[in-house]
Write a protein that binds this ligand. Structure first.
Ligand SMILES: [Zn+2]
Length: 341
């Protein structure tokens, strides 16, 4: 929904709207970050308050880049919840305050900033950046998996972001154990019920409450964290903590089963692991997931490559900025030069 003209050819804005923080960037036509700003996501109010915070963040990033939002070619936003890119709306973003219905985010943010606004799901934005500029360069079809608090996913098929009817790519809710563990979505046996950071923490608490020994919660206190962050998991694994290892093994097994099932369906050659846990656990863990996938693959001798996202903290915002020039998420088709990279 391009309700404002913006400045075609000008720098682009990108915003990663997360449950705890808003990350904004301003990038050049060559995707170089020339301004950035970050602020906490409002915990009270509703979509209008969140929209005001988005406008503040992108305005600060534009100021840092020596410009203002009216000079931007447009602003892309990667948002949680149900995103309708064509309608410019976000529905039921449950980890944002008071966001239960459908809100016309593109139109409202365009009004506040004077630049046209494009939307995608936050995981789609992150993976779009990896395909264009990161670990997926040169590939035109792949599966992206965001392994963090929950487990999200995004599909790029023949150079195009595959949105389905808006919710495509929810690999976290592929069923890997029928009637298995209770998932945060209310169903049973999903990948996320074993591999989501939130689910892993719940399982660890239940076992600790039963008197099982673990270093996880001691490390959490030492690092002054309110929850078992990816850093806490990494430390506990480094100390050889048995419970951390068992829960991580279960997470890897669930991810491997879910991703392999998706590969059996789609026959993709590349999987990119992103997200807080995915990036923290790194390529060694991605290799373990690849190894465990083999027993589930219909053609293990044609296993896909499993790579870790490269773009780090700004990846989601940079990916969102790409929506301005490619609103349908169209990735440049493979060229001989890109195929070599
Ligand atoms: Zn689920």
């Amino acid at each position: 929904v391009a309700s404002r003209a913006g400045s075609p050819g000008g720098p682009r804005g990108g915003i990663d709207l997360g449950g705890t923080k808003i990350q904004a960037v301003v990038v050049t036509a060559a995707h170089r970050v020339v301004g950035e700003a970050r602020q906490p996501t409002p915990t009270h109010g509703g979509p209008e308050e969140v929209t005001a915070a988005l406008a503040e963040a992108i305005s600060a990033a534009a100021r840092a880049a020596g410009t203002d939002t009216r000079q931007l070619a447009g602003i892309g936003v990667g948002s949680p919840g149900g995103v309708d890119g064509a309608a410019g709306t976000v529905s039921n973003a449950r980890n944002l305050p008071g966001w239960d219905g459908t809100f016309p985010l593109a139109e409202r943010l365009a009004k506040r900033t004077g630049a046209p606004v494009r939307l995608a799901n936050d995981v789609q934005a992150t993976i779009l950046a990896e395909v264009r500029l990161g670990a997926g360069r040169g590939r035109d079809s792949l599966l992206g998996v965001s392994w963090g608090t929950g487990v999200g996913g995004s599909l790029v098929l023949e150079g195009r972001l595959w949105r389905g009817r808006g919710m495509a790519g929810e690999i976290g809710h592929m069923v890997v154990v029928r009637d298995g563990a209770l998932c945060t979505c209310g169903r049973h046996g999903c990948v996320e019920a074993y591999a989501g950071r939130a689910a892993m923490e719940l399982a660890a608490r239940r076992r600790a409450d039963r008197g099982e020994k673990t270093a996880l919660f001691r490390l959490m206190k030492e690092q002054r964290r309110p929850r078992l962050t990816s850093g806490v998991w990494a430390r506990a694994l480094g100390e050889g903590d048995d419970m951390a290892r068992e829960l991580m093994d279960a997470a890897v097994a669930a991810l491997a089963a879910g991703i392999a099932s998706a590969i059996n369906l789609l026959d993709l050659g590349t999987v990119i692991i992103a997200g807080g846990l995915g990036v923290r656990m790194g390529q060694e863990c991605a290799d373990r997931i690849a190894g465990e996938m083999r027993s589930h693959l219909f053609l293990p001798q044609r296993a896909p490559e499993v790579l870790v996202a490269e773009l780090g903290d700004l990846g989601g915002a940079i990916g969102a900025s790409l929506l301005v020039e490619t609103p349908d998420g169209i990735v440049r088709r493979r060229t001989p030069a890109a195929a070599r990279g």
